[in-house]
Design a protein around this ligand. Structure first.
Ligand code: HEC
Length: 165
């Protein structure tokens, strides 16, 4: 299945009249083990259109951890939140570790510190250079600027859509 692309088998199998899928009862031989389970009728046009819309709207997967990783975590967060001693003991360098931190609750912005930390203006995270004392060991690593609104919205959408990997 490819998002935004009707060249997806999931669509092609239902695109014809009658559609190739679902395989219906009268299409199967009497001794076919699938016979008792197969539906009597094929799907409705409404159901087909729903599949089409779903694919064309990006298959509703929402942003993935990969996208958040590339667009936000690598440039803004991982200098502190990865390695042998991640800041606050929160390691966001892999999907598994990020979810294990307990800071991302899929579809629940109000309880996701990962969102709450960037939700305010200015956001609490990333900690920027000028908010740290001169002798703070993080000072060298800290970014000079905070994140952009686009980066914040990506985090919000990622969590809202289910925080997929
Ligand atoms: C300069 C270092 C630094 C950067 C960069 C940084 N953080 Fe942090 N972060 C910390 C430290 C230190 C803590 C632990 C102390 C605290 O909670 O303030 C922390 C804590 C957190 C927490 C847990 C907060 C809580 O109390 O529940 C989250 C979530 C978080 N950071 C997200 C991020 C995100 C997302 C980014 C990038 C957009 C980021 N951080 C960038 C240093 C950093």
């Amino acid at each position: 299945m490819k998002a935004n692309d009707l060249d997806s088998d999931l669509w092609l199998e239902v695109a014809d009249d009658p559609p190739s899928m679902p395989i219906t009862k009268d299409y199967l031989k009497d001794n076919d083990p699938l016979k008792p389970f197969a539906p009597e009728k094929t799907i409705t046009d409404q159901q087909r259109q729903l599949i089409k819309q779903w694919i064309m709207s990006g298959a509703e997967a929402g942003p993935t951890y990969r996208e958040v990783y590339q667009a936000v975590l690598v440039p803004e967060c991982l200098v502190c939140h990865s390695g042998a001693k991640p800041a606050g003991n929160y390691d966001f360098s892999t999907y598994e570790k990020t979810m294990a931190s307990g800071k991302v609750i899929a579809k629940d912005l109000a309880n996701s510190d990962f969102w709450l930390e960037v939700a305010d203006d200015p956001p609490s995270m990333p900690i920027t250079k000028d908010s740290l004392k001169a002798d703070d060991p993080l000072k060298v690593l800290a970014p000079t600027k905070t994140i952009t609104d686009k980066q914040r919205q990506l985090i919000r959408k990622w969590i809202e859509a289910g925080a997929h990997s």
